[in-house]
Write a protein that binds this ligand. Structure first.
Ligand SMILES: *[C@@H]1O[C@H](CO)[C@@H](O)[C@H](O)[C@H]1NC(C)=O
Ligand SMILES: *[C@@H]1O[C@H](CO)[C@@H](O)[C@H](O)[C@H]1NC(C)=O
Ligand SMILES: *[C@@H]1O[C@H](CO)[C@@H](O)[C@H](O)[C@H]1NC(C)=O
Length: 449
């Protein structure tokens, strides 16, 4: 009870802090609603019209595939809404099509079959060269789309449930033959809205927009156990103009991780992630809250994350890359963050993540520059900050201001630790490392591109 009260107080404090910050900084609440048109569909069909049965037992793969085939081939003006009524609809993976809305009514659950033997495979992503965890092909995501536009997944907070435990166990027992499926992956697509949906127990990453543009993800809840392996929340990957806001994510891996391909494959593909906005996000995870990387070989730039509240985290803010990655990470701003009970507040490191194979180029050094982190307040932070650049590619233009990361009550936390980095710090406590020259001007961050 006491613990619950304490958590409630902390959440309220964080909410108040964010509210004040929102008002003071912008004067009005900014949203991504104008980025992708919310299309109204005159044509509506129900999964029930295609034999869908929401009894939690019947396999509805045929119903989903036929309903979407109908949308794809009848091409109704203004697109079609596929209505999923209340009930539990077990199904195998299926593909979406353009000009459709997948609408989950209140109490609707689309549940992935656990028959992993029947799960289709698709080719690896060119920017990864192989499956992310196993060589060769990979399992197709539960809900998949390639080359689409004008797709909306929404409703009344129905649930998309990946029933991932069979996959997590295969990972734990090392019996996976191919890379686990994402819950939703959209490739080469644009004008996407994902809102008012609950995502649960993804086999692997939850939402993976890759080679996409104009993607809005808002009012979503993403849940997976803290010990579920690699259940990242949202991974914008080689994508631009992605806006994530007003969401709650609690999973077993990074809440949001901006990526752009893996070593020599990502370098050759050369598709960056840029103009990524993340705001009003709350969550918890044993890994990172706001992450960039570690797969950043196509480059990551123009990222803004603000008004973020993190509880019981491994790392609050984590920028990560590695030798062999190449790629330029620049113009990253993280602002107005509250974090509580966190192992590391801020970590920026050049030695994170593995390589796809032995053919990566050890001379392909990543560039990381012009990172602004300001207005961060933390309680029960074990270590405030760790910044480790690369000897032959030091991180530059790291600008920290107004950052206060406190240890547990009555204890002093571990000091900052830095190497191969340059930048500035103002109003940072505990005192940051000497590599970051201190300035008196609060918030004075001149960020050349
Ligand atoms: C779904 O799309 C993938 C890749 O785009 C394709 O390989 C697969 O055949 C499609 N599946 C169905 C059932 O249409
Ligand atoms: C769905 O959840 C969001 C929060 O993610 C909330 O703002 C919204 O009111 C809910 N909608 C319904 C219909 O329950
Ligand atoms: C840096 O990124 C922000 C988006 O986060 C963008 O608005 C701004 O124009 C970028 N700055 C430069 C110099 O490109």
């Amino acid at each position: 009870m006491y613990k619950l009260m304490k958590t409630t107080v902390a959440v309220l404090a964080a909410a108040l802090f964010m509210l004040i910050e929102t008002r003071v900084v912008s004067g009005e609440v900014v949203t991504c609603s104008g980025m992708v048109p919310m299309v109204y569909r005159n044509d509506k069909i129900s999964i029930a019209d295609f034999g869908g049965v929401g009894d939690g037992q019947t396999l509805n793969t045929k119903a989903f595939r036929e309903a979407i085939y109908r949308i794809q081939h009848l091409k109704r003006r203004g697109g079609t809404l596929l209505y999923i009524p209340s009930g539990v609809y077990l199904t195998g993976s299926f593909n979406l099509t353009s000009h459709m809305t997948l609408y989950l009514a209140k109490g609707a659950v689309i549940k992935a079959t656990q028959d992993t033997n029947d799960w289709p495979l698709i080719a690896p992503l060119p920017s990864y060269g192989r499956g992310r965890e196993r060589p060769g092909d990979r399992y197709v995501s539960f809900i998949h789309g390639d080359g689409l536009h004008d797709v909306i997944i929404t409703g009344e907070n129905g649930t998309i449930d990946g029933q991932g435990d069979v996959w997590w166990n295969m990972w734990r027992q090392r019996t996976l033959q191919f890379t686990r499926p994402n819950l939703i992956e959209l490739m080469n697509s644009r004008n996407i809205i994902i809102s008012n949906v609950i995502f649960k127990n993804s086999p692997f990453w939850n939402i993976h927009p890759v080679y996409c543009s104009n993607v809005v993800i808002r009012y979503v809840t993403i849940l997976a156990p803290a010990d579920s392996p690699n259940t990242d929340g949202i991974d914008p990957d080689s994508s631009s103009h992605v806006c994530i806001e007003d969401s709650y994510i609690s999973t077993g891996d990074d809440l949001v991780a901006v990526k752009s391909g893996w070593d020599e494959y990502g370098i050759a593909y050369g598709r960056p992630s840029k103009f990524i906005t993340i705001r009003r996000l709350t969550g918890s995870s044993p890994f990172a809250g706001i992450a960039v990387g570690s797969e950043t070989s196509g480059g990551v730039e123009n990222v803004l994350a603000e008004h973020v509240s993190l509880f019981n985290m491994g790392v609050g803010i984590h920028l990560k890359t590695n030798i062999g990655r190449g790629g330029v990470i620049r113009n990253i701003t993280v602002s107005s963050v509250y974090m509580e009970n966190v192992r590391k507040g801020i970590k920026i490191a050049g030695d994170v993540g593995d390589h796809p194979d032995e053919n990566y180029n050890p001379n392909a050094l990543p560039v990381l520059k012009n990172v602004v982190i300001n207005n961060v307040w933390g309680e029960k932070v074990l270590q405030a900050g760790l910044i480790q650049g690369l000897k032959n590619a030091p991180f530059t233009g790291i600008c920290l201001s107004n950052i206060h990361l406190n240890g547990a009550t009555g204890t002093r936390n571990l000091p900052w630790k830095c190497s191969d980095v340059s930048g500035t710090a103002s109003q940072v406590s505990p005192l940051p490392c000497s590599e970051l020259t201190s300035t008196d001007q609060a918030g004075a961050c001149f960020v050349p591109f």
